[in-house]
Unconditional design. Structure first.
Ligand code: C2E
Ligand code: CA
Ligand code: CA
Length: 776
């Protein structure tokens, strides 16, 4: 929720910070695990493959190879062969001679003496090995040092050749020297490379030195004199086993399985070529990644270029660090491990994406996607934080028309335009869009006490047209307000709209109305049965001769509980609930009965019954009405059905054919409230109606208003031209009646002639059939 209040950029910065901390925690948790080490080891092998280098050539191997083993007697060889070998090497000018051969046990006295003599004879001290041995005797394991036999130690250097393979069998770290029996001994490798090194410390063998490039001499070729001087002269030489049969072999990263002696030389070359590398810790690298990422993100937040994503920054940091690492690899500088920074940066990207998606979802939940305005959910959330705030609602009247004219994009633009104007008018920062055409905001305290002023001004200013694209709209708005409830404020605005008020703060009123409706519906059936619903009759004056032979049936409801209820209150409710059919048939039955009653007394009475337009698409109603009309078709008088004028009515084929059926069954059809809808008289041409009832609103100001007079005159003329009978309703005074008569209107209905009255009074009027105004 909290993120909803921030701009996109601020949101990004927050997400970035949270993701960075989350990623850091992940990295800190993962670095100490073996998985990270394993990953780094593989990564290092890969990187080493990019920096493969040849051996210097200064150190050669004299191989005790398969060929030599075959040529000479069975292993172990008589030591005179070794004596022969070193004499030959010395003769060929070897700079240094070293053995990777076990001399810790005695052989025959003659052979041992021969080798000892050779060691003494050659002009330089050779290097002989000592190595640790683990002796197992049952449960007991003792470590002993396998030193060369004393005779061999007199004219030689003793060096350690211990290697300590790691878990996967590979020899990676090589000891600089070890302490045996209290004596510190340098390693063979240190002696070959002529470097020092702290005893009991070790260095990492450069795995990228290619063992295949170490010069090799076969032992058998050497002692049989087939080796040319240039292969040996000036070189340091290590004699060791390379034959598979001798099992002294170790796996390497990408050079396959190599004999131990080759690993020794690889190690010596590492020292010789100065390829010992220091390794930075994962933690240091992690720290660098964090600092770089935080720095770039911070910089991005400060500069206005908010466009590049956090992922790109993370990728950039990763690339920069990897590139630095690779450059240092090539230059044999310090080794930079990359697992921790990569882990951190990947975790950052994932965390940021996840957070960002979550926040987007949240934002989507809180906004109307089309207009970008905050929605009802957002306002409800905001209301929870300020429970007693006064909520104001603006309801645009006739928004349906706007929707029809504007497409989806235009509508979103309209929503924004309305919100903008509301912000301006009310001085609030946030306007929420509750639904199509309904907006809300929190009323500033200054207005909450007395919203009248604020709403009135807002409503007036709202009248200025909105321009969306090519279209101009003049919208009218109704306001509602309530404390602490969006729904109540909405209800209030709905009430204002219904009552034609600019605003309403009475949230409870609509609820009362709803309860009232429920009660009405509940009582309707009883009311029809027990006579609480009755019919009154209003006379229609025929202006040509002043006779009264027509009337309109109007319902009255006298409820024991609710008092007299106006049809303008309950007819719309019945229509909305689909309960109008029964009532209408009830009135029709009354009308037919009264017509028959009048006929008995010799009066040809025509009674009008109001029919809601929706009943025209109600097949059951039409069938029932047609049935009743047909049965009563003969005899004096008749029935007129009044249908309120509206454009959809005129356009509807269903309505048209229903009216045709009703007319065929004997009813006259009258268009009620003519002039209030959108149907023009021309439009009504050919429509199955015989009568037009000019709405009261045209008659009300007829005496005073010239325009209304013109309007009434032209309607009368046109109606006649089209063959309609024309009735004026709401005739309240003699002047109006006189004008209508003068203008050629056919019938007049209104208080001046007679108010709606009970049958008894109406029947009396029929008998008298007074000639209204005829004398005037
Ligand atoms: P309406 O069909 O336009 O009926 C005329 C209304 O104008 C009646 O109101 C009548 O009392 C009133 N009126 C008559 N002369 C005058 C006058 O000189 N001045 C003024 N100011 N008013 C006059 P009422 O009886 O309240 O009926 C209201 C509406 O209720 C009717 O309007 C009609 O639409 C509806 N209604 C009444 N009875 C029925 C019915 O049985 N079925 C249906 N569907 N609707 C009905
Ligand atoms: Ca009517
Ligand atoms: Ca009317």
């Amino acid at each position: 929720m909290w993120l909803a209040r921030f701009s996109r950029e601020t949101k990004d910065a927050h997400i970035g910070a949270v993701a960075l901390v989350a990623a850091l925690l992940v990295a800190i948790a993962l670095i100490p695990t073996g998985g990270a080490d394993g990953f780094e080891a593989n990564l290092r092998d890969g990187r080493d493959q990019l920096r493969v280098a040849p051996a210097s050539g200064e150190i050669a191997i004299v191989e005790i190879d398969g060929r030599s083993l075959q040529a000479l007697e069975k292993w172990p060889w008589p030591r005179r062969y070794h004596a022969q070998a070193i004499r030959e090497l010395d003769r060929l000018g070897a700079e240094q001679i070293a053995f990777d051969v076990d001399f810790s046990a005695r052989s025959t006295p003659q052979d041992d003496a021969a080798l000892a003599a050779a060691f003494a004879e050659i002009g330089q001290p050779a290097i002989v090995p000592t190595f640790r041995q683990v002796n197992r005797a049952g449960e007991l394991a003792t470590i002993s040092e396998a030193m060369p036999i004393p005779e061999f130690r007199q004219h030689t250097f003793v060096a350690s050749v211990n290697v300590f393979p790691s878990a996967n069998g590979r020899v990676i770290d090589y000891p600089n020297g070890i302490v045996t029996g209290g004596v510190a001994r340098p390693s063979l490798v240190n002696m070959l490379a002529r470097t020092g090194g702290e005893v009991e410390s070790s260095f990492r063998i450069d795995q990228a030195i290619d063992p295949a490039t170490i010069p090799r001499i076969s032992f058998i070729d050497l002692i049989e004199g087939r080796v040319p001087r240039e292969d040996v002269a000036g070189r340091r030489v290590v004699i060791g086993a390379t034959a598979i049969e001798l099992f002294d072999r170790y796996p390497t990263a990408f050079f396959g399985v190599q004999p131990g002696v080759a690993i020794q030389v690889q190690a010596a070359e590492t020292l010789l070529q100065d390829r010992v590398r220091s390794t930075l810790s994962q933690w240091a690298m992690l720290a660098v990644a964090v600092v770089l990422l935080a720095g770039f993100l911070g910089h991005r937040a400060r500069s206005s270029r908010g466009a590049s994503s956090g992922s790109i920054v993370a990728g950039g940091v990763a690339a920069a660090m990897a590139l630095t690492a690779l450059v240092l690899d090539q230059a044999t500088g310090p080794y930079l491990p990359l697992t921790a920074p990569l882990m951190f940066l990947v975790a950052f990207v994932i965390a940021r994406r996840t957070l960002s998606a979550t926040v987007d979802l949240q934002t989507e939940r809180l906004t109307d996607t089309a207009s970008g305005l905050l929605n009802r959910v957002a306002m409800s959330g905001a209301l929870k934080r300020r429970a007693t705030a006064a909520v104001a609602v603006a309801r645009i009247a006739d928004f349906g028309d706007v929707i029809m004219v504007l497409g989806a994009t235009g509508l979103a633009e309209m929503d924004r335009a309305i919100a903008r104007r509301l912000r301006l008018l009310t001085g609030v920062e946030t306007v929420y869009r509750l639904e199509s055409g309904v907006f809300a905001w929190f009323m500033p305290d200054t207005h909450a006490g007395d919203p009248e002023d604020a709403f009135e001004t807002a409503r007036t200013l709202f009248n200025a047209p909105f321009e969306i694209g090519e279209e101009r709209f003049r919208l009218s708005v109704h306001f509602g307000s309530a404390a602490g409830s969006i729904a109540d404020a909405e209800s209030a605005s709905e009430l204002a709209r219904k009552r034609g008020l600019s605003w309403s703060a009475n949230a409870g009123a609509l609820q009362e109305e709803t309860q009232f409706r429920q009660r009405l519906l509940g009582e309707l059936d009883d009311a029809l049965a027990n006579g609480a619903i009755s019919v009154v009759y209003q006379p229609k004056l025929r202006l040509a001769d002043g006779a009264i032979a027509d009337g309109e049936c109007l319902v009255r409801w006298d409820s024991a509980q609710l008092g007299r209820i106006s049809p303008t209150d309950f007819i719309p409710i019945l229509e909305a609930k689909g309960r109008i059919r029964g009532l209408t048939l009830f009135v029709l039955d009354q009308a037919l009965a009264r017509r028959d009653q009048a006929a008995v007394h010799g009066h040809a009475l025509n009674l009008a019954v109001n029919v809601s337009a929706q009943l025209l698409s109600d097949g059951d109603f039409i069938a029932a009405a047609v049935g009743r009309l047909e049965r009563a078709a003969t005899g004096l008088g008749g029935i007129t059905l009044e249908i309120t004028e509206s454009a959809p009515l005129v356009d509807s084929d269903t309505a048209r054919s229903a009216l045709e059926r009703l007319h065929a069954a004997g009813a006259r059809i009258s268009i009620d409230d003519y002039g209030t809808g959108q149907a023009s008289l021309n439009y009504l041409q050919g429509f199955p109606a015989q009568e037009i009832k000019l709405d009261q609103s045209f008659i009300r100001n007829l005496v005073a208003d010239r325009k209304d007079q013109i309007m009434v005159q032209s309607t009368i003329d046109l109606a006649h031209a089209l063959g309609f009978v024309i009735v004026a309703e709401g005739v309240e005074d003699a002047e109006a009646l006189a004008i209508l008569r003068e203008r050629g209107c056919d019938y007049a209905q209104g208080w001046e002639i007679g108010r709606p009255m009970p049958w008894r009074d109406f029947a009396a009027m029929l008998r008298e059939s007074r000639q209204y105004g005829a004398a005037a």
